[in-house]
Design a binder for this molecule. Sequence first.
Ligand SMILES: C[S@@+](CC[C@H](N)C(=O)[O-])C[C@H]1O[C@@H](n2cnc3c(N)ncnc32)[C@H](O)[C@@H]1O
Length: 354
Amino acid sequence: MSETSLAVAVKKHKAEEVRRRLLSLGILRTSMKVFSDDEYVYFPVNRSPNPDELPELIMGNAIIQEANFNKLTTKPKTLKEAMMGVLDEKLIDLLPRSFDIIGNVAIIELDERLRPFAKDIASALKLVHKHVDTVLLKAGPSTGEYRIRQYDVIAGSGKTLTEHREHGCRYRLDVREVFFTPRLSGERLRVASQVRPNEYVADMFAGVGPFSITIAKMQPSCKVYAFEINPAAYKFLEENIRLNKVEDRVTAIFGDVRHNYGILEGKADRLIMNLPFSAEKYLDVATKIAKPSGAVIHFYGATEDDDAVEAVKVNVSSIIRSLGFDAKFFWAKELKEVAPRKVVVALDIAISVR
Ligand SMILES: C[S@@+](CC[C@H](N)C(=O)[O-])C[C@H]1O[C@@H](n2cnc3c(N)ncnc32)[C@H](O)[C@@H]1O
C-alpha cells in the first residue's frame, strides 16, 4: 500500500544528518518507508521544515516536494528491520544481534557509535517486543560478590522488578538487585535432566533459584539445598520457591556457603557451582559437601586462555586432586557471550575420594 506525502529529499551524503534532525523536530513520518533514487533520499514529513530548522533548504541541498511512499503496515520482526531507514547501513551492521529479555525488562549493550541513537533503538526494541516495558543499557560488567551490574534506563517506566518465565517455572526478581541471565536457560535444562530420583543436590551459588527450581520441578523426589549470600537474591529465592510450589523439595539457606554447608556435609550426589569468576576457591567446600563415594559437580569457570576448556580443566583437576579426590571430566563446553572478553566453560566432573 502506498500513500502520497510531503517529502524532504536530500542528497545521499546528507541523509543521515537530516534524518536525525527531522526525527528530533518530530516531523518525520515513521509509519512510511524512506526510499532513495540514484541521487536523493526521500523522507516523508508531516509539515515543511523552516530554513532555520533545515539550513540545507537555503543552500538548495534539500527539496520539498510530494512523493509516493510505501506504508509500513506490518510490525517489524527484528530490531534490525525496525531500524531500517532510521540508521544508515554501516550503523545497522553494528546493532546487537542478541539482547536479554528478563520478564518485561530488556537489557542491551551498544557499540559506542550507536550510543547517540540509544533512545531510538530502545523505542524500536519496544515496537518489536510489545511486552517489554523498561529498556536498560548495560553500564558496566557484573561485579562484586553478588555479581550485579549498573544500568542506564533508556526507555519505559524504569521499573526493574519483574517476573520471568522459563521452562514452565516463574521467577520474581529485580534486575538491579540480583544476578540473573536467560542465557543459561539451556544449561538449566541440561543439568536438571541429569538428576535422578531421590538425589541430594547442592546449588552452592543459587541466586534467585533457577537451577534449584528447574531441578525440583523436573525431579520431584530430589532434595535441593540452595545457598545464597545476597540478601535481595535470597528474598527472591524464598519467594520463588513458594511461587513454584516446591517448598517440600528446596531448602533455601542464607549466607556464605563456606560457613553454612553443615546440613549437607558428605551427603550431596550433585553440586552446582555457578560462580564463574571464583568457583575454584570453593572446591574445598564442594569436596566436604559431596558424598565421598561419588558425586557429580557441574562447574562453571571463566578464563581468558585461548584453549579455554583445557585451561579450566587443568586448574580444577589439580585443585580437586590436592583435596584427596579423583576427578573424571565427562562433559565440557564453552558458553558463548556469557561474560565479555572471557570465556565461560561448563564442566561436568565425577569426583570420588581417592
Ligand atoms: C553467577 S550468580 C548465579 C546465580 C544462579 N545460579 C543463576 O544461574 O542465576 C552467583 C550467585 O552466587 C551468590 N554468591 C556469591 N558468593 C557466594 C557464597 N560464598 N555463598 C553463597 N552464595 C554466593 C551471588 O550473590 C550470586 O547470586
